[in-house]
Design a protein around this ligand. Structure first.
Ligand code: UGA
Length: 452
């Protein structure tokens, strides 16, 4: 149908998913036209500055824009008319009841459909945004047909293709994916997307399945719910380990993971899972199940265990420090995982809020996420510019994100800077150095026996 240098694609929504795709496709020599309703974002990208801190986007965007491989526009007509495929990468945030808000998807599809009314030739629309099962068939398809006045499968193509990107390695996850899922509304649309992907990955196509859009939508939600389940599962075992003399959750996880049917990934106990995707998609899957009359007991338990885990971290501090009113507590790490600046639904933010709610004075530090945290936490907490400043004169310190630099803290530092040396290690960053802690340092790690 085409060859790499002649593919032109438009990307609607230049957030974390859209921009990562723009960079990855441009690195594969595809001409990309980016569109977003946010003028500030467009301006930044036009200057080659990445609005997201995704490492490979930051690294490559400037040269890709300069070379003309990525171009941005405020004009959605231009975006559609100058390209063969439009990818919809807008957000689908949680509504109050946990279901997915589809307003941005509707708006993007309406814009594309309006332009397609006047466009000659076949144009493919691919939804990358995470949408609840049956949305592509029951919401997107009728809307696109209505607005464009054209028939899907004849003049216009439509597919849902879930993205499986992890923040921090998003561009790499597109360049070398573990699998690709094409959710096709009809065969012609599926063939068109398949051909594009064959060209993109040039003979090195990862495992790829073609299926209905509803299956593809479910694959996305089920994958994130499954990952969340593994984390909640190991956090459940971690709670038990804390009560059993001599138990260590990491040893248990390692032993479990050696069974290839189980595997070792996503079995790291911690403060609970966070981020924009796992909690949001789990909530949406719960709401979808309920809408169809099924009570998803297991999914609800995954969520409940996660919420409890964050409260449990605060209880661990209370167990050793007593009433937290007017105590000074340091929180190291605010991002929902190390290596990124994203604090959305971060366990650290919830833990901070619990601490503040119990009357503690909280000081926080994160190597990358302080600015984003300020937007969420405001003046509820004090912000430190180093981990040493953060722990100074505190009664307890909680390590919530496993940033490498935290490993540099020594028992000596704790004794020197802190008022009381209580260290709550939710990610077991210091577990290898436990022998360095004397009885003056009260060291408590999530998932490690609290009893001698
Ligand atoms: C997640 C999925 O991993 C991606 O496959 C998916 O594409 C993405 O959501 C999405 O839907 O867009 P991400 O949100 O970047 O990616 O985060 P993860 O790396 O999966 O981590 C999620 C949370 O689980 C973090 O808070 C992390 O600390 C926690 N986690 C993860 C654990 O506590 N233990 C583990 O063993 C693994």
């Amino acid at each position: 149908m085409n060859n790499l240098s002649t593919w032109k694609v438009s990307i609607f929504g230049l957030g974390y998913v859209g921009l990562s795709h723009a960079v990855a496709y441009a690195l594969k020599n595809i001409r990309v036209v980016g569109f977003d309703v946010d003028g500030e974002k467009i301006e930044l990208v036009r200057k080659g500055v990445s609005p997201i801190k995704e490492p490979d986007a930051v690294k490559h965007l400037g040269s890709l824009v300069k070379d003309g491989k990525i171009r941005v526009t405020e004009n959605y007509r231009d975006a559609v008319l100058s390209t063969d495929i439009s990818f919809v990468c807008v957000n689908t945030p949680s509504l109050q009841d946990g279901s997915a808000d589809l307003s941005q998807v509707r708006s993007a599809i309406s814009m594309i459909g309006e332009v397609l009314r006047d466009k000659e030739g076949f144009h493919l629309v691919v939804v990358n945004s995470t949408v609840p099962p049956s949305t592509t068939e029951n919401v997107v398809k009728p809307l696109l047909e209505d607005v464009s006045g054209k028939k899907i499968g004849e003049d216009v193509g439509l597919c849902f293709m879930p993205e499986f990107l992890r923040e921090g390695s998003a561009v790499q996850d597109i360049l070398s994916p573990w699998r690709i899922v094409i959710g096709e509304v009809d065969k012609k649309s599926g063939d068109a997307l398949h051909q594009f992907l064959l060209d993109v990955y040039r003979g090195k196509l990862p495992p790829l399945i073609r299926t209905s859009s509803v299956n593809a939508e479910l694959i996305k939600y089920a994958s994130n719910a499954f990952l969340a389940m593994r984390v909640s599962f190991i956090n459940t075992i971690a709670r038990l380990c804390e009560l059993l003399p001599g138990a260590n959750v990491d040893v248990v996880a390692h032993g479990m993971g050696l069974d290839p049917r189980i595997g070792t990934r996503y079995l790291k106990a911690g403060p609970g899972f966070g981020g924009i995707c796992l909690p949001k998609d789990l909530r949406a899957l719960i709401r979808t199940s309920e809408k169809f009359g099924y009570d998803p007991v297991l999914l609800k338990a995954i969520y409940k265990v996660n919420e409890e885990q964050m409260r449990h971290v605060v209880e661990l501090v209370e167990n050793v420090s007593g009433n937290l009113r007017n105590k000074d507590v340091a929180v190291l790490g605010l991002a929902f995982k190390a290596g990124i600046d994203d604090v959305r639904e971060s366990p650290a933010i919830k833990i901070v809020n619990y601490l503040v709610g119990r009357g503690a004075r909280v000081k926080v530090y994160d190597p990358l996420a302080i600015e984003n945290a300020k937007n969420v936490l405001g003046n509820k907490v004090m912000y430190a510019s180093s981990m040493y400043e953060c722990i100074r004169d505190c009664d307890a310190v909680i390590v919530v994100t496993d940033w490498k630099e935290f490993k540099r803290l020594t028992p000596e530092d704790l004794r020197r800077f802190m008022r009381k040396t209580v260290l709550i290690d939710t990610r077991r960053v210091f577990i290898d150095r436990i022998h360095e802690f004397d009885e003056k340092v009260m060291y408590i790690a999530v998932g490690i026996s609290l009893l001698p």
